[in-house]
Write a protein that binds this ligand. Structure first.
Ligand code: EPZ
Length: 420
């Protein structure tokens, strides 16, 4: 296994390019199961999770070629309707093959994804929505077994105790495309990635309205055809690069970044003292003056994204004053706190809150990545720390960031790989 080594203290300068969105391309790849015609998807980032999803598609009877950012999915053989534990358990997003398979074939057998380090990750809302469409769902030996003589459009409320669910909205929206009549999903997730999936489905012939708002309406159709689509930029990678500019007191022009997808992040970083210049397809970020402490609470979109919580925590560790970070989506998403404290941060966890007392500076250390966004936060901390930081288990980082070290090195960072 590799580890990333960073010699901190360099102010990042210049231009960085944001890749396509991981959380958009994964459900869109799953949606190719809804037709036997070819689909071409462009702007696909080279990520471990994308490779996993392509493996899953191949296990379900698809041919999936991936060359220079373009994925071409065609029908290889007879459709397979079981998504196997060994693949699904490695990546929760693979659970969103359930809706497409059930919708098109009226049956599916998909392994429950299991939890992960950031939380239990239940699927009750997925199952609630599919049952509302008329599916019979049993849990057998760790698999969701779903069947339906036919699917009927219906009204449903999909809000959960933590608010709306991104992948549950995806799963139910995809199944509803083939349900007879009209489906209304209330308390649908509003993330830009949901809207991108809906646009892909509409290109395939689906009838969807309201995507990107809390009420999505789907009019059932009989069949979908193939299409071509370009994935939206990754707003979380863009936010991570914005934090990299600030934590190093640098000046970065972040290309292929859509500021309308980053309202809450831009608002909070400006409150903390960032100078942010927005243009149609790029965002320039530098420090206006000293960073000021901020309080951040994660919420469903358009609220502050939980996937940026660890990164903004890194930034606050060297911001003098007290910042309070409250995690309302995954209350246990604080594995990065201990690692940051090993680098000299002063963070105290109180339930869903992390109280961050800014310190003068962090010191490089050997740290361990635990999940995707925690890895990103340790990279940010390493860029700012005095001395050398070595981050092990960086396969977590490779799940969701395409060539992050090359991008940072291109902006002046002293960052390289070593064998574990
Ligand atoms: C998506 O996960 C993202 N993943 C996550 O990004 C992101 O953190 C999350 O949405 C929240 O924004 C992808 O899009 C592939 P949820 P998802 O269902 O859909 C609870 C990253 O770092 N819940 O929106 O699985 C759940 O426990 C990853 O890129 C239920 O209670 O998340 C959580 O507390 C990590 N019942 C909240 O809802 C359910 O049936 C939001 O989860 C489903 C979810």
């Amino acid at each position: 296994m590799d580890r990333l080594v960073i010699e901190g203290g360099v102010r990042l300068k210049g231009e960085v390019l944001v890749s396509g969105s991981k959380n958009s391309v994964l459900p869109i790849l799953a949606a190719t199961l809804m037709t036997d015609e070819p689909c071409v998807i462009r702007g696909v980032p080279n990520l471990r999770d994308v490779i996993t999803m392509l493996k899953i598609l191949r296990s379900l009877g698809k041919m999936a070629d991936y060359v220079k950012g373009v994925v071409k999915v065609t029908q290889a053989g007879d459709p397979v309707l079981t998504a196997d534990y060994k693949l699904v358990s490695t990546m929760r997003a693979s659970f969103c093959v359930l809706g497409p398979l059930l919708g098109r074939f009226k049956k599916a057998r998909v392994s429950l994804p299991g939890g992960c380090i950031i939380g239990v990750r239940p699927v009750d809302l997925h199952l609630k929505g599919l049952r509302a469409l008329g599916a019979h769902i049993d849990i057998e030996s760790g698999y969701v077994v779903a069947k339906a003589s036919r699917l009927k459009g219906s009204y449903m409320y999909l809000g959960g105790v933590y608010g709306s669910s991104v992948l549950a909205t995806d799963n139910v929206m995809m199944a509803a495309v083939f349900a007879k009549g009209k489906t209304v999903i209330e308390s649908a997730a509003c993330e830009p990635e949901i809207a991108d999936l809906a646009e892909f489905l509409i290109k395939m012939g689906a009838k969807i309205k309201g995507h990107g708002t809390p009420i999505i309406e789907i009019e059932g159709v009989k069949k979908l055809h193939g299409c071509e689509h370009k994935i939206i930029p990754d707003r979380i990678e863009a936010g991570t690069l914005m934090a990299a500019a600030l934590i190093t007191k640098g000046d970065l022009n972040i290309k292929n970044a859509l500021y309308p997808h980053l309202g809450a992040v831009i608002d909070k970083l400006e409150e903390s003292g960032a100078s942010i210049i927005k243009s149609s397809d790029s965002i320039r970020v530098r420090l206006r003056n000293k960073l000021k402490p901020i309080n951040v609470t994660t919420l469903p979109y358009p609220g502050f994204p939980t996937d940026m919580q660890a990164q903004v925590m890194s930034l606050m560790t060297i911001t003098s004053g007290i910042s309070v970070i409250t995690e309302k989506i995954y209350p246990d998403r604080f594995m990065h706190v201990a690692e940051l404290n090993r680098m000299g941060a002063l963070i105290q966890r109180e339930g869903p809150h992390a109280i961050v007392e800014g310190v003068k500076g962090l010191s490089g250390a050997q740290v361990m990545a635990s999940d995707l966004r925690a890895s990103a936060c340790l990279v940010l901390a390493g860029l700012a720390a005095k001395g050398i930081t070595s981050i092990s288990r960086i396969y977590h980082l490779e799940r969701g960031y395409e060539n992050l070290e090359d991008k940072l090195r291109g902006a002046g960072a002293r960052i390289w790989r070593e064998k574990e």
